[in-house]
Design a protein around this ligand. Sequence first.
Ligand code: AHR
Length: 511
Amino acid sequence: MKKFPCIRLLFFIFLMNFAHTGVSQNRIVVHADQPGAKIDKAIYGQFAEHLGHCIYGGIYVGENSEIPNIKGFRSDVVAALKDLSVPLVRWPGGCFADTYHWKDGIGPKSERPSIVNVHWGGVTEDNSFGTHEFLDFCELIGADAYINLNVGSGTIREAAEWIEYVTSSNESPMTKLRKQNGREKPWNVKYWAVGNETWGCGGNMRPEYYADIYRNYSSFMRAPGIFKIASGANVEDYKWTEVLMREAGRMMNGLSLHYYTVPNNWQKKGSATDFDEAKWFVTLQKTLKMEELVTKHSAIMDQFDPKKRVGLLVDEWGCWYDVEPGTNPGFLYQQNSLRDALVAGINLNIFNNHADRVRMSNIAQMINVLQSVILTKDKEIVLTPTYYVFKMYKVHQDATALPVEIKCNQYTFGSQSIDAVNCSASVKNGVVSITLCNLDPNQSQEISFDVPGFNLSKVSGKIVTANKINAYNDFGKKEEVSLADFNGAKINKGKIETVLPSKSVVLIQLQ
Ligand code: AHR
């Protein structure tokens, strides 16, 4: 009789443990025996638009600034971006691109005309950051450049001359002008896009009309090794992809796709830091839609391009929240929490898993705008949780994707459920890297891995997590979210076993 309560207590303790650890259901097979496509390093690209304080104040402060700088570029930002191995930067927009006339941004700075940024806050810009500054900045951080041409309010001649100015080594009026402006040798710029969101801010076009415009522009875009990018679909506009691929697919190297994670709706998007578990759940659930979008757009591209010559380029993605209280609504300035780290980890895993078709992605945006990797305020700098995920995931750049099979627990909130674990894997220089997200904010996940085709001898790891779902890094405060060592993975009888902490992004590396 006396034993009975004790057994009940043990059973209760067992149940409590079970309640905090998603046991038994999580099994992952990483197929090192079936290497897949190369994960193009451009998947880890960034987007920098003339918007708010992304360019002015974020990247560029000018040579006379009191903020330490290298030829006008913030030294702290340059160092942080170099450490991230940023492979690619897209510029000058975004919606801004279709209002930008590049000749306004070359020559002596004192003679450059000002412009009004009509899309973003109506502010006047002095054009001190133009083509030379952008390309110098890319060289400084070791990134490739991706230039978005102006189709909405520009001309074919303007576009063709820009390409010539930047890339040509011939004797010509444009190369003469470039040399007069201090740059003897051409830059090696491979990626050029024909307009941005041409279904919206870039001209409100129909796909049939834009397909013809694209063919027209594309015919005059000449440079060695040029990679031509067509303005692609908004979210699930599959008709756009179909028409573009049918009418212009053979003249393009890449077709873009834009998808933002908006927790609520476009009128009231939700706060970046003041949110509960319901908003956490819906944000991650909406992020997982990227898998469906990439799969369905790829399937349409397969019909017209079965050899996968044309890349699907997700050149704008990220979380879009309400702006921080008291900031200019046109500047799209938002904080960045552990939730954003999960959003970044999930999206990047999806892109890695589709590396056969997805050849580029650009998080929106690099600094001080939407889901940024860096925030700046005057002299201060903050590295966001998203920054640390990019730092963790850089091991995948130019690695070979490994197919993953995953059987996992569900994370249930209210009446809805999503997979608790999200994962991708790659191999480079004999090291297998597996990146995992535990979407569940309450339960850790026990996982057992098989890695056929790989001899396990050593395991190590890194983690991004925090004790609150809305933990974030702020100016003048100790970091709440950063990158730490993770020692929770072990080799046991030829398998890897680990427990992923709740609400975490984890890298496991095998040698
Ligand atoms: O990233 C902000 C804006 O979002 C871009 O300018 C535009 O392309 C998109 O609608």
